[in-house]
Design a binder for this molecule. Structure first.
Ligand code: FES
Length: 142
């Protein structure tokens, strides 16, 4: 209670930062959730996500610092690929990959996580790849 009071006095609206529970927050699922770390690498590249936050063999949704549109990241070992997360069918944001498949929750189109190609409609085109690379442990635009 004291913590909440102090936070409320020091930071208006900051009560949420001081909960009494110890349950971790976030979306720590096997395939990851959303990631918006921001910032830049020592080399000045805008950070899309920390490599450590992208589940190996899965992926997550992250913001593209170039245009703030969501990207779906797919990690295989130390390699990360990124696609525009907008479904080519009607633009719904796709879900992070599971078992090598990216699925659109709206009408069920599926895409191959390895190359973005459509594997089941109604989408008739694949996901658009966005060039990224890993630099200093961070996923950044290539
Ligand atoms: S918007 Fe993705 S399948 Fe229709």
């Amino acid at each position: 209670m004291m913590c909440g009071l102090l936070v409320a006095l020091a930071v208006p609206g900051g009560l949420a930062a001081c909960s009494s529970g110890s349950t971790p927050t976030g979306t720590g699922t096997a395939t990851g959730g959303a990631s918006t770390p921001g910032g830049a690498t020592p080399g000045g590249s805008p950070i899309i996500a920390a490599l450590a936050d992208v589940p190996d063999g899965g992926g997550l949704i992250a913001g593209n610092p170039a245009n703030s549109k969501p990207l779906v990241l797919v990690r295989t070992g130390e390699t990360v690929k990124a696609y525009d997360a907008s479904c080519p069918h009607q633009g719904t944001a796709v879900s992070p990959p599971e078992n090598g498949v990216i699925t659109c929750p709206n009408h069920g189109s599926t895409f191959n996580a390895a190359d973005g190609t459509v594997t089941k409609g109604p989408a008739t085109a694949g996901l658009t790849e966005v060039p990224v690379k890993v630099e200093a442990g961070q996923v950044v635009p290539a």
